[in-house]
Design a protein around this ligand. Structure first.
Ligand code: ADP
Ligand code: ZN
Ligand code: ZN
Length: 687
């Protein structure tokens, strides 16, 4: 029994912890505790235990904590330190970081769900063994062997960039390194992060097949609460030896962590875009440092930040230059000039054209259909057409609530805004002049699907995008059909670009990637390159069949001499990264500078700009070194869902200087009286 003061972190926007009195069983740091806060009862986290008088709260104001959650083993001080670091770095209260990272069932008033999860888990644990010996393993090639032995041989903090071309067998390296790590550490745990678990079911089944006796737990946001609680507990109690998850899993409680793997480390999905705007990759690197263990960052197109670290020697680089499967080679990449009208007209005489596709691409599709190989067409624009238009009066389908167009969705008979989800029936006539002859301008995936089906009526054509996969489980079912060879031509958005190992795919057509070439965001070309390299990498992953087609990628463009496409054609990430890094250095942009973005929104733009202007003025009252606070500017898509949005960029060549400045600046911002809703993002991804 003890009488003491508990310092407790609560999930509130207030940037501090709260003191409560406790008399009862001896508490521990890291325990969950039920307290009264205002009129509510909520669950908090004990972060410090202090002597009875050790509080600034007056005795008559001091409240008693209600109960400790003693059935749950306390969270470790290491885990608390991880949350503390995240809170500090991303400028959020500790409670807002730590508590939402726990499954909801741990934070409810009643403990029934937690108790149920614990007893269910106890039964599952009995079915598993601690034997990490895998069912059989493929023989690694030399580069893979080297990578595995460096990873498994690392006994201390070792950040490793596994730079391997698409299809080079990075997954196999993760699996065999994991096997060796688990053999070395009988209780060890391995955390594997992937950008989006629904798009990479293959990895999960590979892991389960490889380690059939081990407990593998998944952690991602689409799990049902009960399962999420169970899996989280399995990790927390050390039963789960491999934890496969999306970004939120980086904050899981892992008492015996020995290795972290970040697959596709460049992927922007690792950055959370709301609330705690953290980068799971960056937190994972910190966590590896804290645990003094190796971390593997894998990619064919590493983020420039990671690449620069590898160049400077801060990260050790492991390279896989060849495709792993014998006789599988990287596809040939060809650029098809959309402006090459003469050539197209000649070709059109013999061939029936498909709107939106060059004749060369149509011929290439025919060649695949003829010998039973699969093709993939990539177009990052869902819907039928991005806009409809009236030729008579010039009316165009604007969204009334956003600076955006309403997109035509033909199968659903709707116009949809992709930003505020406003939906309208397709107008039968122009709303301004009554003209019934409205035109769909441009092409989305639905229109390509329709055109192709007309041209190849016998072909089995499948579209995968956010619209075709709304139902739970439908994306998985669609990918299964593709893997089982029930599809001849797959049309899709970025959903089809990631990770999939399609064995019978020999052709990739990239229909209209040009728009991203001239985007404002300085990261646009880095991202476009990575995305196209990923999509291209879906072709030719198995050995070429006898009499089959060579693996090919066709990119349709108006700018065939653009350096980005030229680098892509040569599969030359390294040269491209070098050029981009030079540009970044000259312009003092990340990774050579550190940034934070203050964003604000309100019903009217002047209110937003006024707030940001005040925020800018505050800078002059703070002593700092080398901080640049830019002018407020409206965002390029200014209005979304009737709110006007603007932003203010803060930059510094020094990360500590920026951190110190942000702390003081934010405290002042919280005191500003304003009707705007604002947020701060450290290391913003979208500028
Ligand atoms: P990446 O993740 O680098 O794109 P994958 O891990 O998906 O590549 O591997 C591509 C293909 O190569 C897979 O079909 C995989 O089974 C195969 N593979 C990997 N390593 C080997 C190996 N050592 N020998 C034969 N095939 C391999
Ligand atoms: Zn009109
Ligand atoms: Zn809208």
């Amino acid at each position: 029994m003890s009488n003491c003061i508990l310092k407790i972190a609560l999930d509130t926007p207030l940037d501090r912890c709260f003191d409560y009195r406790w008399s009862g069983p001896t508490p521990e740091v890291g325990q969950l505790v039920l307290v009264r806060f205002g009129r509510r009862e909520i669950v908090g986290l004990v972060v410090e235990i202090k002597n009875q008088g050790d509080t600034e709260v007056a005795q008559d104001k001091l409240k008693d904590a209600i109960a400790l959650r003693s059935q749950l083993l306390p969270l470790s001080t290491k885990w608390l330190a991880l949350c503390g670091f995240a809170a500090d770095y991303y400028q959020r209260p500790l409670g807002e970081v730590a508590l939402p990272s726990l499954p909801k069932n741990l934070r409810t008033l009643k403990t029934t769900a937690l108790d149920n999860a614990l007893s269910k888990l106890a039964k599952i644990v009995q079915q598993h063994q601690h034997d990490p010996q895998p069912v059989s393993m493929p023989v690694l090639n030399l580069e893979q062997q080297q990578a595995v032995s460096v990873i498994a041989g690392a006994q201390t903090y070792t950040p490793l960039l596994l730079y391997g071309v698409t299809g080079s067998g990075k997954t196999e390296v993760y699996l065999q390194a994991a096997a060796r790590m688990l053999a070395q550490h009988p209780d060890g745990q391995i955390l594997i992060l992937v950008p989006e678990i629904n798009l990479t079911p293959q990895l999960e089944s590979n892991i389960r097949n490889r380690f059939p006796k081990l407990m593998v737990a998944t952690l991602h946001s689409s799990l049902a609460e009960g399962e999420r609680t169970r899996n989280w507990l399995a990790a927390h109690l050390g039963h789960a030896r491999i934890i496969l998850g999306t970004r939120l899993a980086v904050l899981a409680s892992l008492p015996c962590l020995k290795l972290i793997v970040i697959d596709e480390e460049h992927d922007v999905s690792y950055k959370q875009q709301e609330g705690l705007r953290y980068s799971a990759r960056d937190l994972a690197v910190w966590r590896a440092w804290q645990e003094n263990i190796p971390i593997v960052l894998g990619s064919a197109t590493p983020a420039l930040e990671s690449w620069q670290h590898a160049q400077s020697g801060r990260y050790q680089q492991l390279v896989l230059r060849e495709r792993a499967v014998q006789d599988a080679s990287l596809p040939t990449i060809k650029l098809l000039n959309l402006d090459d009208k003469n050539k197209h007209q000649k070709a059109n005489k013999q061939d029936r054209p498909v709107e939106g596709l060059t004749p060369e691409l149509v011929q290439a599709l025919e060649a695949r259909l003829a010998c039973g190989e699969q093709s993939l067409l990539f177009l990052n624009r869902r819907g039928y057409a991005p806009v409809i238009h009236c030729d008579a009066c010039g009316w165009i389908s604007h969204c009334t609530r956003c600076t955006a167009f309403m997109v035509l969705h033909k199968p659903e008979h709707r116009l949809r805004c992709h930003h505020c989800s406003l939906e309208l029936r397709i107008p039968v006539a122009c709303p301004t002049c009554g003209n019934v002859d409205l035109h769909a301008l441009g092409r989305g995936t639905q229109r390509i699907e329709e055109n192709l089906q007309q041209r190849f009526p016998a072909a089995r054509i499948l579209r995968i995008d956010a619209d075709s996969t709304r139902r739970k489980g439908s994306a998985q079912a669609a990918f299964d059909r593709m893997h089982q060879g029930e599809v001849d031509i797959l049309i899709g958005t970025q959903m089809v670009a990631k990770g999939h190992d399609f064995k019978n795919l020999t052709l990739v057509g990239i229909l209209n990637p040009d728009t991203a070439l001239f985007a404002q965001d300085y990261r646009a070309s880095e991202r476009l390159f990575a995305q196209l390299m990923q999509v291209a990498g879906r072709a030719g992953r198995a050995a070429q069949k006898n009499g089959g087609n060579p693996s090919e990628v066709f990119i349709q463009t108006r700018y065939p001499h653009h350096p980005l496409y030229e680098a892509l054609m040569r599969h030359d990430y390294e040269h491209f990264a070098h050029t981009l890094l030079q540009e970044r250095r000259q312009a003092s942009l990340p990774p050579y500078a550190y940034q934070a973005m203050l964003r604000a929104e309100a019903s009217q733009l002047p209110i937003v700009l006024d707030f940001l202007e005040q925020a800018k003025q505050i800078e002059q009252t703070i002593a700092h070194q080398g901080i640049i606070v830019h002018d407020p500017i409206p965002m390029s898509m200014t209005r979304i869902a009737n709110l006007d949005r603007a932003q203010l960029l803060v930059e510094s060549p020094s990360r500590p200087a920026l951190q110190a400045f942000l702390k003081i600046w934010l405290a002042a911002l919280r005191d500003l009286k304003s009707r705007v809703k604002w947020s701060l993002e450290v290391d913003p991804m979208d500028i």
